[in-house]
Design a protein around this ligand. Structure first.
Ligand SMILES: NC(=O)c1ccc[n+]([C@@H]2O[C@H](COP(=O)([O-])OP(=O)(O)OC[C@H]3O[C@@H](n4cnc5c(N)ncnc54)[C@H](O)[C@@H]3O)[C@@H](O)[C@H]2O)c1
Ligand SMILES: O=P(O)(O)OC[C@H](O)CO
Length: 384
């Protein structure tokens, strides 16, 4: 561990600290500073201070905004080491430096952690083209996907396409506020092929309270994190309609089946075992009980679909962003394009409810015939 001098609490940050340095150490930058992005910065900042092979400073890109008191968010973070807007009351670490300049954030970084809402990733990548170290590696903590005219594109692939660098993913049962409180939880790194890259990411994130396992199934891990948000919207509808635990469990089971089916149709290499990791069933459970997607969908159903998701998101989340409604729309585009709508009735119904084409009550009243065909598995002797 090296002594940390320039970034003591209460000091302004020194933007020229990196000039002329070539320490041969990894240097981590976090792109994004929302609720989970801030926790990601806290995790890697802890490890940066305790691992000799990682440079102490962790630079975090902040989509700059002016707070109600007129101060800039970056200035407040650098003064107090707390992201007062997206992760209040949690010290990010003395070595986290908030930077409103995207290009400056990634300058010299060898490990790039992407953690913004998924709808902003492509424009961020375009801004970063030609600006990142070609030998850097990336990891995406972002749950979501893009749909292009020729089909769906996972965000890890989008990052690799735009920046020409390897991109792993980290997903798991990780409600940010709980990880921030250092409550025990687990996560899954999905990597492509190179185990040394997977080990670097495990080292960067793992702490005694945050256990990280790596598996060679980047698409499987990323699709788990992406698709569980659609199921969480369905779970929220069930809660908002006042239905009980059995109904919610049924929706989660059907949702898991659709997650597995959809993932394997898109990527036949996706492994069944992935769904038993933290990124799979564990994340599905935590999100369907404690997540933001569930919370806003509950309010939507309680209001009978009369108030839009955008309105409820703004009212309930204070600037944080939902991913599940957009993802349901993106999944639906894939279902339409491939004529898969009847194979994934829960996914399709979530989208139709979210855009107001069906009432919330139809979450338990969708196309039962095709649903039963899909969700009953004769090979294990289930009838009915
Ligand atoms: N919060 C969690 O518990 C959690 C846990 C695991 C994974 N995730 C995933 O992490 C990703 C990031 O979520 P989060 O919770 O860190 O963010 P968030 O929803 O808390 O915050 C929204 C962020 O978006 C930024 N933003 C707003 N407009 C923007 C723009 N035009 N361009 C770029 N950025 C803009 C805001 O400044 C803020 O940092 C999501 O994919 C989410 O699903 C979240
Ligand atoms: O709050 P949500 O619904 O965005 O879910 C948060 C995380 O993805 C849980 O792992």
């Amino acid at each position: 561990m090296t002594t940390w001098a320039p970034f003591a609490i209460g000091h302004g940050y020194h933007s020229d600290v990196r000039a002329g340095e070539n320490t041969g150490k990894e240097r981590i930058a976090v792109i994004g500073s929302g609720n989970w992005g801030s926790v990601a910065a806290k995790l890697v900042a802890t490890n940066a201070l305790s691992h000799e092979n990682i440079h102490d400073e962790v630079r975090m890109w902040v989509f700059e905004e002016t707070l109600a008191n007129g101060e800039k968010l970056t200035q407040v973070i650098n003064k107090n080491k707390i992201n007062v807007k997206y992760l209040p009351n949690v010290n990010l670490g003395v070595n986290v430096v908030a930077d409103p300049n995207l290009e400056n954030t990634v300058k010299d970084a060898t490990m790039l952690v992407f953690c913004t809402p998924h709808q902003f990733v492509e424009s961020i990548c375009k801004q970063l083209q030609g600006k990142v170290n070609p030998n850097a590696k990336a990891i995406s903590l972002i749950k979501g996907m893009e749909v292009k005219p020729d089909g769906p594109v996972m965000l890890s692939k989008l990052i690799t396409k735009h920046l020409g660098i390897d991109c792993s993913v980290l997903m798991g049962a990780n409600i940010a506020n709980e990880v921030a409180m250092e409550q025990f939880s687990e996560a899954t790194v999905g990597y492509k092929a190179d185990t040394s890259i997977a080990k670097s990411w495990v080292q960067a994130f793992a702490t005694p309270y945050f256990h990280v396992a790596a598996i060679k199934d980047v698409e499987g891990v990323e699709l788990c994190g992406t698709l569980k948000n659609v199921v969480a919207i369905a779970a929220g509808f069930v809660d908002g309609l006042g239905m009980g635990n059995n109904t919610k469990a049924a929706i989660m089971r059907i949702g898991l089946k659709e997650m597995i089916g959809f993932s394997k149709l898109l990527f036949p290499t996706v492994s069944d075992a992935t769904f038993f990791e933290s990124c799979g069933v564990a994340d599905l459970i935590t999100t369907c009980f404690g997540g933001r997607n569930r919370k806003v969908a509950e309010a939507y159903a309680r209001n009978g679909g009369k108030r839009s998701f955008d309105e409820l998101e703004a009212e309930l989340l204070g600037g944080q962003k939902l991913q599940g409604v957009l993802t349901a729309g993106e999944v639906f585009q894939v279902l339409k394009a491939r004529n898969w709508e009847k194979k994934f009735p829960l996914f399709a119904t979530v989208h139709k409810i979210a855009i107001g084409h069906l009432p919330p009550s139809t979450i338990v009243d969708y196309d039962n015939e095709s649903a039963q065909k899909l969700h009953r598995n004769p090979s294990v002797g289930v009838i009915g």
